[in-house]
Design a protein around this ligand. Structure first.
Ligand code: GLC
Ligand code: MG
Length: 535
């Protein structure tokens, strides 16, 4: 087995990925919705921040039932976002700044307005009928099985015209493709080649673990742990509708498509427990390069639990597999709304000092928080369909806060989602030159990470200390960093048994701590994180 240090290092090993939700990053034409020209105008900012790669959520033609995750044409650009020329310009501008561009690929389902589905539903003997999952009703006329939609209600929709149901894991406007059909596979691989030929640097693949379903479409078992407050989708365990063994053949084929090109990355969106997640690296790493690891989004914010989970993850990654970390995205509450403002810097330090590629979510670098959206302004279908469950994703999708002008510099029109009242205080412009701001902190963390091989490609070793502290060592050749993070609000003493650590603080949540020498017993404030360069 090759030593992890001896692995060949690729750009996505060393770099930092930044997710742009295009509707909300920057509007250029005053329609209140972000667009490609807007993104182009902010590339210098992302370069200044130190970002390696930008992942842009879907920008394709779409009826926007699920804000672009319902695609009607995989090889086009939605006019709201711009034109194909704008896209080419974006790609060229990203590359000219020595950055990378990652697109969102949504292969599990299309829009119901996609021509493939229009054909498929036109008659039972249409050549594209089998491109989707059509099924006769059960004997009593009800749904073919008990599968549920992630967005509420049944996963089956009745088609009056052809007298069959079709399956949709998400909205009824998002019919699932039948990936057992080789024509579907080829069509989607062609889509990938279309963008790869243009020069995009990779894909983030939407709901990868959903792609293949049980061939007998057996009923899912009831969830014994279901509670009223949970999404209705969780009433059953998706044992037959997700994470099927055959998915790995598909993933390997997608990987093969990207492998025909140089240095392209393939990332899978996969919400599964660690031991299922790591199977997506594939046999001998023929799967995705990065199966998104959502541990920092899902696990309890507790040092002991996280430390254990990090070890579990490190231990489960197959030889040659590369770890990765995610702190937030357009489907999850922002980190400041989950762990609070006081822990936000600690979370950022964790994300950027762990071993593995970090993915940041736009706005986290300025400490943006979920914005409460009044019921009459809710737009997210997940929120609208299950109104009493508090599942709307609008709060984490609000416009980027650039400056203290009207609408925070996001748009000259009416923003599609409201801004928080405090945007005049929380924005890029006011934080840029403030040495104590979140933005300055993030920028310095990214810089340190990029400069120090120990932090981007070095080994990881846990350090056991107090229960409230998460601490570990990152090491490359003879350069070693000790990272200590207090996940509570109370001060405490870091004391490593059987070992004396000695060194200098090079970065801290409170910059006043930097430059100080520390040895053996290190006092740590509540909500504090420090990076120590060891002697
Ligand atoms: C993924 C996307 C989410 C979308 C869903 C259906 O989870 O991140 O935003 O609603 O897939 O495409
Ligand atoms: Mg616009």
């Amino acid at each position: 087995m090759a030593n992890k240090q001896e692995q060949e290092h690729l750009w996505w090993h060393e770099g930092v990925i930044y997710q742009v939700y295009p509707r909300s990053f920057q509007d250029s034409d005053g329609d209140g919705v972000g667009d490609l020209k807007g993104i182009i105008s902010r590339l210098d900012y992302l370069k200044w921040l130190g970002i390696t790669a930008i992942w842009v959520s879907p920008i394709y033609p779409s009826p926007m039932a699920d804000f672009g995750y319902d695609i009607a044409d995989y090889c086009g650009i939605h006019p709201m976002f711009g034109t194909m020329d704008d896209f080419d310009e974006l790609l060229q501008q990203v590359h000219s700044r020595d950055m990378k561009l990652i697109l969102d690929l949504v292969p599990n389902h299309t829009s119901n307005e996609h021509p493939w589905f229009q054909e498929s539903k036109s008659s039972r003997d249409n050549p594209k009928r089998d491109w989707y999952i059509w099924k006769d009703p059960a004997e009593d006329g009800s749904e073919p099985n008990n599968w549920l939609s992630v967005f509420g209600g049944s996963g089956w929709e009745w088609d009056e015209n052809t007298q069959q149901y079709y399956y949709h894991a998400f909205l009824k406007e998002q019919p699932d493709l039948n990936w057992r059909n080789p024509e579907v596979q080829e069509a989607m691989f062609d889509v990938m080649r279309f963008w790869l030929d243009k020069g995009v640097d990779g894909f983030r693949v939407d709901v990868m673990w959903h792609i293949i379903k049980d061939d007998k479409l057996r009923d899912n078992p009831p969830n014994p742990d279901y509670k009223e407050h949970m999404s209705t989708y969780e009433k059953v365990v998706p044992a037959y509708s997700t994470d099927q063994p055959e998915v790995h053949d598909i993933v390997a084929k997608m990987r093969k498509v990207t492998d025909d090109y140089e240095a392209r990355v393939i990332i899978g969106e996969i919400y599964l427990p660690i031991h299922r997640l790591v199977t997506y690296y594939g046999h001998e790493n023929t799967g995705v390069h990065l199966p998104f690891n959502f541990m920092l989004v899902n696990e309890e914010w507790n040092a002991r639990i996280l430390s254990l989970k990090i070890d579990e993850y490190e231990g489960a990654i197959p030889p040659g597999g590369w770890p990765n970390w995610v702190i937030g995205n357009h489907d999850q509450p922002r980190i400041t709304s989950r762990v609070g403002y006081s822990q936000a810097k600690v979370a950022g330090m964790l994300l950027l000092t762990l071993r593995g590629t970090p993915t940041m979510y736009y706005g986290d670098e300025i400490g943006m928080r979920d914005v409460p959206i009044p019921p009459e302004e809710v737009q997210d279908p997940q929120g609208l369909n299950m109104p009493d469950k508090d599942l709307s994703r609008d709060p984490e999708r609000t416009p980027m806060q650039w400056d203290n002008s009207e609408n925070a510099g996001f748009t000259e029109g009416k923003p599609w989602l409201r801004l928080p009242d405090n945007f005049r205080r929380v924005n890029v412009e006011v934080q840029r030159d403030d040495e104590f701001s979140m933005l300055t902190y993030y920028r310095r963390l990214i810089k340190l990470r990029q400069e120090e091989p120990a932090l981007h490609v070095g080994d990881y070793a846990p350090v056991v200390s107090k229960d409230s502290l998460l601490s570990f060592i990152r090491k490359h050749e003879d350069r070693q960093f000790l990272i200590i993070l207090n996940l509570t609000h109370k001060p405490c003493l870091f004391r490593a048994e059987h070992h004396t650590y000695k060194g200098k603080i090079v970065l801290a949540t409170d910059p006043e701590r930097e430059g100080k020498q520390v040895e053996k017993n290190i006092s740590i404030s509540g909500d504090e994180g420090i990076v120590v360069l060891l002697d």
